[in-house]
Design a protein around this ligand. Structure first.
Ligand code: C2E
Ligand code: CA
Ligand code: CA
Length: 417
């Protein structure tokens, strides 16, 4: 285990050693404030061969290949450095493109070889401290990496501190106008920054592997939500809660075991839970996804394909995966009434789903005209701000209890298209 976890901040006083030549290194560091000098041992005498300031990345070589540090690093003044741990880095590279991994490894080996032969090629001691960017990485890329590291670190603690919450958005049956179910959508209520959108933290969670923990938490919360919502359902088809999953969840060998443990702990019938996975994530690892989805289907979950139509995938996969529902991406709904081609696409997806005996949910309905048009097209379910926004569980339960569907036909007659 690394001494520090990714995202930890380490403080140094002037004169403190950050790393020692010859020792094994388990972390890399990004200097946030202050500056350091790089030293190598020449016949027992430490010799300064370069300096680094804010923004510089240090110690990355030993972190990557587990070889001894090639130099020592000492603070010239008080410094604060941001940590990247070996375990975290190894997990990230494990799932990286193999060509990228291979090229990185070859470059590193050659660089070490070069260092061994010509001693060192680093910044001269009098180089401009403020601008290490040319030697390392461009600022935009570094800022992006630092931001990702910080969100990851905060998100990890957010999970421990129960800062995540699920909001529930109703999915309405267009034929009966009843609420058939809800989609559970994660929100991060940050104590200082307020509500953070899943668009910001879900991609970081997916890249870092934290998504596995988030998905289990979301399933557990959704089981509890079913218990609270079910008494207000009208007793027709089982009221469902749709939970977003990522294909990274499926890569875990024990995925089904964890999922079934959560279901059993809550005593939830799987008929009340739908699993949503986006078309594009599904196509990232189709074989892994297919196997996991088949097990989930056998267990009793229904499977929905999210953002359908945006994944540029071949239609042939549709009948080889166990799919119950297609969710038409909101981009098509948004342009459906203005663009003939979008309307044709929506029509095609609806008839495709019907031919394959799948259900269809149209997402992102913001206007009554869209709901009316979708009903005419025989679309079964709709979800969108026009019906209701995602909301906390208590409000969703009250909405279900007092549900009066908005009248799109009256609106239509009163001046819609
Ligand atoms: P999604 O799964 O496609 O969820 C639907 C998104 O559309 C939600 O955004 C919802 O608030 C928004 N939406 C619903 N109706 C309308 C509408 O009428 N107009 C517009 N403009 N938007 C509408 P949200 O909650 O910001 O979530 C964004 C994405 O984050 C989700 O897209 C999903 O991919 C991801 N996400 C959210 N929660 C989770 C989670 O628990 N796990 C995972 N893996 N992903 C999640
Ligand atoms: Ca979704
Ligand atoms: Ca969607």
């Amino acid at each position: 285990m690394s001494t520090y976890e990714t995202g930890a901040i380490k403080s140094l006083k002037a004169g403190d050693l950050l790393m020692q030549e010859g020792e094994s290194g388990d972390c890399a560091y990004i200097i946030e404030t202050g500056s350091v000098e790089i030293l190598i041992d020449r016949d027992g005498v430490p010799q300064v061969i370069g300096t680094r300031g804010a923004g510089a990345l240090l110690g990355e070589m030993a972190m990557i290949d587990d070889q001894p540090r090639t130099a020592s690093v000492r603070a010239i003044e008080d410094c604060s450095v941001l940590v990247i741990s070996r375990e975290d880095f190894a997990r990230r590279t494990e799932s990286a493109d193999p060509i990228l991994r291979m090229v990185t490894k070859v470059i590193l080996t050659r660089y070490r070889d070069m260092l061994g032969r010509s001693q060192l090629i680093v910044t001269p001691p009098d180089a401009d401290l403020a601008d290490p960017a040319d030697l390392e990485t461009d600022q935009e890329l570094r800022d992006l990496a630092v931001n990702t590291i910080k969100i990851y670190h905060e998100l990890k603690h957010a999970l421990e501190n129960n800062e995540l919450q699920l909001y529930y958005q109703p999915i309405v049956d267009l034929e009966t106008c009843r609420i058939a179910g809800f989609e559970a959508l994660a929100r991060w209520i940050h104590p200082e920054k307020g509500m953070i959108s899943p668009g910001v933290f879900i991609p970081v969670a997916e890249e870092s592997g934290l998504i596995v923990e988030i998905s289990r938490w979301a399933l557990d919360e959704s089981c509890k939500a079913v218990k609270q919502l079910e008494p207000f359902s009208d007793g027709g088809a089982p009221l469902f809660v749709s939970v977003n999953f990522s294909v990274h969840d499926f890569s875990d060998q024990d995925f089904l075991h964890h999922v079934t443990t959560i279901m059993e702990k809550n005593g939830t019938d799987p008929a009340h839970i739908h699993l949503e996975i986006t078309e594009s994530l599904l196509m990232e690892k189709p074989h892994v996804a297919k196997e996991a989805l088949e097990k989930c289907r056998d267990y009793g979950f229904e499977i929905s394909i999210d953002d359908f139509g945006t994944g540029y995938s071949s239609l042939s996969y549709l009948h080889s995966f166990p799919i119950d529902t297609l969710k038409i991406d909101q981009s098509f709904i948004r342009s459906m009434l203005a663009q003939h081609s979008s309307l044709q696409l929506v029509k095609s997806i609806i008839s495709l789903a019907k031919n394959l005996e799948m259900r269809v949910i149209a997402e992102g309905i913001e206007h009554p005209e869209e709901a009316a048009a979708l009903r005419e097209l025989d679309c079964e379910y709709c979800q969108g701000f026009w019906f209701a926004k995602p909301q906390p569980l208590e409000e969703a339960a009250a909405l279900l209890q007092n549900w009066t569907p908005p009248s799109y036909q009256a609106d239509k007659a009163a001046g819609g298209k």
